[in-house]
Design a protein around this ligand. Sequence first.
Ligand SMILES: Nc1ncnc2c1ncn2[C@@H]1O[C@H](COP(=O)(O)OP(=O)(O)OP(=O)(O)O)[C@@H](O)[C@H]1O
Ligand SMILES: [Mg+2]
Length: 229
Amino acid sequence: MIRVDNLTKTFAAPGGGEVHALAGVSLWIDRGEFVAVVGRSGSGKSTLLFAMGGLATPTAGHVQLGETRVYDLDREARAALRRTEVGFVFQTFNLVPYLTCLENVALPALLAGSSRGEATDAAARVLERLGMSARSRHRPAQLSVGERQRVGIGRALVNGPRVLLADEPTGNLDPATADQVVDLLRELNGEGQTIVMVTHDLRLAARAGRIVRLRSGALDTDPPERVTA
Ligand SMILES: Nc1ncnc2c1ncn2[C@@H]1O[C@H](COP(=O)(O)OP(=O)(O)OP(=O)(O)O)[C@@H](O)[C@H]1O
Ligand SMILES: [Mg+2]
């Protein structure tokens, strides 16, 4: 369903030289998978996730989402694809502070062309699914951090994306709340949602269906390093 072929992303380093954030990554993700991407800081996890979601044009290689080669599309078509086929979840939630939960979740539906009524209905359904209906009229500052991330996930889901791409979605949460967010992701995955989650936390990664490890911008196929408690 997502096919990453020999993906390379090279940045010009400030002051000269190059950074090979991705150095030829090939990866297939099937519909309905829950994949965790792990690796050290700087190993290319975010770059891979953003490239998969159409947010970072690769230096070489391809990303295919369903039947579509994402970077063969022009900017506008790619933006449209991002709005409807991909849902991003961020470590820092990135909610709009002056909008309510309902409005935050409705926003991507509005941007994708839904009427106000349709967007509001869709957002209400998603908040219901996430157990957040009672918080619909709260603004982000009036929520716990775990609730904020639920809203972040709701916003990512509202347009029914093919894939949820989450970059350290639990990075700002305490361990118990992080577990609850991963519980939720597992439930959504159980309902058929394809998910790719970047995380530093090997314990949480182990709760995904598959772990992909990056090392210096390449897939690391060596046996996992031993984790000592
Ligand atoms: N815009 C940029 N310009 C130059 N170098 C960049 C840029 N973005 C990322 N890099 C470099 O590319 C490499 C991979 O970055 P990336 O953000 O993908 O790592 P990461 O695995 O997500 O790390 P972290 O766990 O710290 O979030 C890093 O060495 C980073 O410094
Ligand atoms: Mg990162």
